[in-house]
Design a protein around this ligand. Structure first.
Ligand code: UD1
Length: 316
């Protein structure tokens, strides 16, 4: 039985990783400062131990990694507009904390660290789908910070021989994605507006596209990256390989929810990327990864969660 540390494990993606690991019978420790994470998200991961603290403090990071085999580093402030508004706070969470975790994990003899990278690193390059060999072009502090985190990881592999792998996420959605902040992921915002009879806002003309990825696919990709051979130092996209516009997303959700009303259009967000779609052939080659839950099925499961009783305490 291995021991896994999930940083940010009380958050959306982290709690899904913790849940799957406990389901498989592994031991899980979560470290979270509960700034956006929620204690009740860990109800999905019975037996997971919670360490509360801020990972930018290297002593917290050292306590968290003690005795751990694998680190899944998910802790971050995952928002483009929030980083545009307050780059210093997001820098601390996204870069300082990452460096602390890398140093602590290296010193503690952790076998491998899998880092939550972001598709935002690609920026507005015209080539679609986006593949890992492309030049990066971060358009926001968030995108730059996530890219620095992955470069730090790669450097730790080269410099110290400490195994790290970056999985670049593309617009992940699913149950427990919190819709209560204006910085929340767009699918959670659209669903909560439609279910509550409000009009969602579409920033820009709504023709921007995203490779929306149901969270179970990311969990599968990350756990494969923990154990796959010959991936240390690699950056790998994990997504579905498709893309859908915000206008089509809204129409699909409107039909699924039976919601009435139309969206309100507002000015495009600063730092927003126009199109995003992943080439997932490297994930297939190195990890044997294939999406296991389609976009449509993922939307249905997410909608079920929004309408279920589990959602009620999370929203309070
Ligand atoms: C970006 C990153 C993604 C990262 C995520 C974290 C890209 C391509 N992706 O996602 O890797 O994990 O940040 O937050 O950069 N929108 C609306 N109405 C709303 C909210 C959003 O129209 O109420 C639009 C946004 O302007 C954007 C799209 O929906 O065009 C998606 O927004 P969001 O869910 O916030 O994620 P990204 O910024 O794409």
């Amino acid at each position: 039985m291995s021991i896994y540390l999930v940083t940010g494990g009380a958050g959306f993606i982290g709690s899904h990783l913790a849940a799957e690991l406990t389901r498989r019978g592994d031991r899980v420790r979560v470290v979270d400062n509960l700034s956006t994470g929620k204690r009740q998200n860990l109800a999905a991961a019975p037996g997971a131990e919670l360490v509360e603290g801020d990972l930018a403090d290297v002593d917290v990071a050292r306590r968290a990694v003690a005795g751990v085999d694998y680190v899944l580093h998910q802790a971050a402030i995952p928002s483009v507009p929030r980083s545009v508004q307050d780059p210093i706070t997001s820098n601390r969470s996204n870069i300082d904390a990452t460096l602390s975790v890398l140093v602590a994990a290296r010193d503690a003899g952790v076998k491998r660290l899998v880092y939550a990278g972001s598709s935002s690193a690609y920026g507005d390059t015209p080539t679609l789908p986006k593949h890992e060999d492309m030049a990066t072009s971060p358009l926001s502090p968030y995108a730059l910070q996530k890219l620095v985190g992955e470069q730090y990881g790669r450097m730790f592999t080269r410099l110290y021989g400490f195994e790290t792998v970056t999985i670049r996420y593309f617009n992940v959605f699913g149950p427990r994605q919190d819709p209560s902040s204006p910085y929340s992921g767009v699918i959670s915002l659209f669903i909560s507006a439609l279910v509550e009879g409000r009009s969602p806002t579409i920033f820009g003309d709504g023709e921007q596209t995203r490779d929306f990825t149901y969270v179970a696919n990311v969990v599968d990709g990350v756990l494969r990256a923990c154990h796959a051979p010959r991936v240390a130092g690699e950056t790998i996209n994990v997504a579905t390989g498709g893309r859908i516009s915000l206008n089509d997303l809204f129409a699909t959700l409107k039909a699924l929810t039976g919601g009435a009303g139309d969206p309100i259009y507002a000015e495009a967000r600063a730092g927003d990327v126009k199109h995003s779609q992943a080439d997932i052939s490297k994930a297939h080659r190195l990890l044997g990864y294939e999406p296991i839950v389609s976009f449509e099925e993922g939307l249905k499961r997410t909608l079920d969660w929004h309408q279920s009783s589990e959602r009620a305490p999370a929203a309070s």
